[in-house]
Design a protein around this ligand. Structure first.
Ligand code: SF4
Length: 278
């Protein structure tokens, strides 16, 4: 019966996704844009600073050629401007023009259809739903199935349970205010991820040996929420960040999960030494 409940929930989510997609198509279409162009414009408009093409591709989980084509069309329409990135003149940074900002506003920041529907739920229903949605996003992020969202629970400024026992038990260190679960952001422009620090060379060798032997190992992994999780799996590959992943070095497990090296707490009981500075 639970399986049936799971299937019905997934089917319901697919229906909601359909509603969002058809609205996004219509919104972009009214401005003569493709849905991907609309998505890029909205992302650039909501970003706190100009973006490089590769960062944009990572955030939207799109390929660089797809983003490049759509950006070229947006530049042609006068909605996006390109200029050399301030920190590296070899890279191009992208930003919206004043006309692009107006177009992004005209498209709306979100799905009006779903906002109306969500607005009819009770406060408790909305809080329960937000909690479930965040848990699902965290799980999919940790499995490397979706790009890292700009959510409080994966943000370096987030302090869980800083004010235990109060109505707002958590804390945002950036703006220095207590927050409750129902205040959690899913797409916060101020979100930041811990920068990657390379791991100890001997520990790297140990991962490589385990990968070469191809036998199951016990790993303790730190999730993006800061919890420790025990996993038994085989390391099949070691390498660099792929499209949509924050920078760093990663291992791929036989189950498909991708783990950034600095998320490893231990392997077969041996603790990872403190990260070494680049
Ligand atoms: S509000 Fe923004 S900056 Fe603060 S913890 Fe949440 S994601 Fe991070």
């Amino acid at each position: 019966m639970n399986d049936d409940l799971d299937a019905r929930l997934v089917s319901g989510l697919a229906r909601l996704n359909l509603a969002m997609k058809s609205e996004a198509f219509a919104q972009a279409g009214r401005l003569g844009l493709s849905p991907t162009q609309g998505q890029i414009l909205t992302q650039l408009d909501s970003a706190k600073a100009p973006q490089t093409l590769s960062a944009l591709a990572r955030t939207l989980a799109l390929s660089s050629p797809t983003v490049s084509d759509s950006v070229a069309a947006l530049v042609e329409k006068g909605l996006v401007k390109k200029r050399p990135a301030p920190d590296d003149a070899r890279k191009i940074s992208l930003d919206v023009t004043a006309a692009g900002r107006r177009a992004a506003k005209a498209m709306g920041g979100g799905s009006e259809v779903l906002l109306n529907a969500v607005g009819r739920l009770t406060r408790v229903e909305r809080a329960t739903m937000l909690d479930a949605v965040i848990k699902m996003i965290v799980m999919l992020q940790d499995q490397g199935k979706i790009p890292v969202s700009q959510m409080c629970v994966s943000c370096m400024h987030f302090r869980r349970d800083r004010h235990l026992g109060s109505e707002k038990p958590h804390h945002c260190a950036l703006i220095d205010v207590p927050i409750a679960a129902e205040d959690f952001r899913i797409h916060c422009p101020e979100h930041a991820v811990e920068p990657y620090e390379p791991i100890d060379c001997d520990f790297h060798d140990e991962l490589e040996a385990a990968s070469t032997l191809g036998k199951s190992v016990e790993l303790v992994l730190r999730t993006s929420e800061g919890r420790d999780e025990v996993v038994h799996d085989v390391i099949v590959d070691l390498g660099h960040a792929r499209l949509g992943e924050p920078e760093g070095e990663y291992m791929t497990l036989a189950g498909g999960r991708r783990v950034r090296f600095d998320r490893i707490v231990s392997i077969d009981g041996r603790l990872r030494p403190p990260s070494v500075k680049g």
